[in-house]
Design a binder for this molecule. Structure first.
Ligand code: ZN
Length: 437
């Protein structure tokens, strides 16, 4: 978020501007108007290290989050609606179509708009507003809020769920963290998810379609409920995830007074690393810290195997994509010295040439289960390579299994967040003040 973003005012951007403005306001529990003293860029956090008071339910600001639910533009989506609905152009009150319910139909993009069942619309961007929420199903997920459809020029379409922030957070808590984790860990997850969504929403202000993905590319969002391949219905949110959300309603993390991209990982395996070693936009509070709290994770320490033949194939393809040759792997060794982590060098030989490859690239080129994190060593054992490592994920920011461990030792969500983000602040976002007449 930048001052320029904050200054942006325009009818088309009004919703996003309100989000940005709201983030810049601190809730005052003793009444009075919220003001802008918190995240103005030139000032540092003031007295933000203690947790803010949660605003009363009526004052919780829950702006819309635009979640793209088609992982990439699709030829069609399956749509059904469990109740009355209206279809309108986005941002318009003009009704293009309406119905009392919609049984499963295939929605396709046409040369001028969309078609499903007997409905044909000559508009490239429409929004389906259900009377009740949740009632819209898209490809086996039911979502709260409304649904937008965007026709792409190549005949595909994007489906975007527009959902209030707090309802989005309640689903992400269950999507990203096991239900069995203790309450304070789940509250930590709610604050992380809310902050991340507000940061991305402000950052995506100019994006015509969406703010976040429904996958781990952003945060895992399953919606209200979903059907599995074998036809079972599973909950996408729960009483416990809604409680973790409402117990922290409106509260976000700040670094230098601003919301930031709250990176987190499943398990660090003993220590996290500085955020800027992996993400160019990492806030300075995302620093490497020790963590012995994730030792109950199966990934605290791990060992995996790969055949040398498979590793050879992966390396050959990797070097080929860089315009370099690599044949059959004859040896691989982790070099000593450099910092452990994503850029740590490994030496690979094919009997003819010796090349270097970084841990992060080795991880990326192998099947995902082979190297769960970039922190590992390797040894040869006959025709196999044996990898031994620690942690699950990129190792940046809050360690989710560590949050669980800390919560079991009595830490609350603010202590947990301060452990992984040293110097972090907290504010409760409030609705933008209404102007006096
Ligand atoms: Zn950890």
């Amino acid at each position: 978020m930048s001052p320029r973003t904050f200054a942006t005012v325009g009818l088309s951007l009004i919703a996003v501007t309100l989000v940005t403005a709201a983030v810049l306001m601190c809730y005052r529990p003793r009444g009075g108007r919220p003001d802008l003293e918190v995240p103005i860029v030139s000032r540092r956090d003031r007295a933000q290290s203690s947790p803010p008071t949660r605003p009363p339910a009526r004052d919780v600001y829950s702006p819309p989050v635009r979640v793209v639910v088609t992982p990439q533009p699709a030829r069609s989506v399956k749509l059904s609606i469990d109740g009355p609905y209206e279809v309108r152009p986005i941002g318009s009150s003009r009704v293009l179509a309406r119905g009392s319910r919609l049984d499963a139909v295939e929605v396709v993009a046409t040369s001028s708009g969309f078609q499903w069942g007997k409905t044909s619309l000559a508009v490239a961007r429409v929004e389906i507003h259900p009377e009740r929420s949740p009632s819209i199903w898209v490809d086996d997920h039911q979502y709260r809020g409304s649904l937008r459809l965007f026709r792409k020029t190549d005949g595909r379409l994007n489906a975007v769920n527009v959902v209030p922030l707090e309802e989005y957070v309640a689903s992400v808590v269950d999507g990203e963290m096991p239900a069995a984790f203790p309450e304070e860990a789940r509250k930590t997850q709610a604050i992380l998810a809310r902050t991340y969504a507000l940061f991305r929403t402000a950052e995506a202000a100019g994006h015509p379609e969406f703010d976040v993905y429904s996958t781990t590319r952003s945060q895992k969002y399953l919606g209200f409920q979903y059907r599995t391949d074998d036809g079972r219905r599973l909950a996408g949110e729960s009483a416990s995830s809604r409680k973790a959300t409402s117990d922290t309603a409106g509260i976000v993390c700040t670094a230098d007074g601003r919301v930031f991209s709250t990176y987190y990982c499943a398990a660090c395996g003993g220590a996290t690393i500085d955020g800027d070693r992996v993400f160019s936009d990492a806030a300075p509070v995302i620093r490497g810290v020790t963590c012995r709290h994730c030792d109950a994770s199966d990934f605290y320490r791990w060992t995996t195997r790969s055949t040398k033949a498979n590793a050879s194939e992966s390396l050959r393809n990797y070097f080929k994509s860089k315009g370099e040759r690599f044949d059959k792997l004859s040896s691989i060794a982790r070099l000593a010295g450099a910092d452990e982590g994503p850029s740590h060098p490994f030496e690979v030989k094919d009997g003819r040439v010796t090349r270097m490859v970084a841990a992060v690239d080795l991880r990326r080129m192998m099947p995902p289960s082979t190297l769960p994190s970039p922190f590992f060593d390797v040894r040869s054992e006959g025709d196999a390579l044996v990898f031994s490592g620690r942690g699950h994920g990129h190792g940046v920011g809050v360690c989710q299994w560590g949050a669980r461990g800390l919560a079991l030792k009595g830490a609350d969500c603010y202590q947990i967040l301060r452990h992984y983000y040293p110097g972090v602040g907290f504010v409760a976002v409030a609705p933008p003040a209404t102007k006096s007449p």
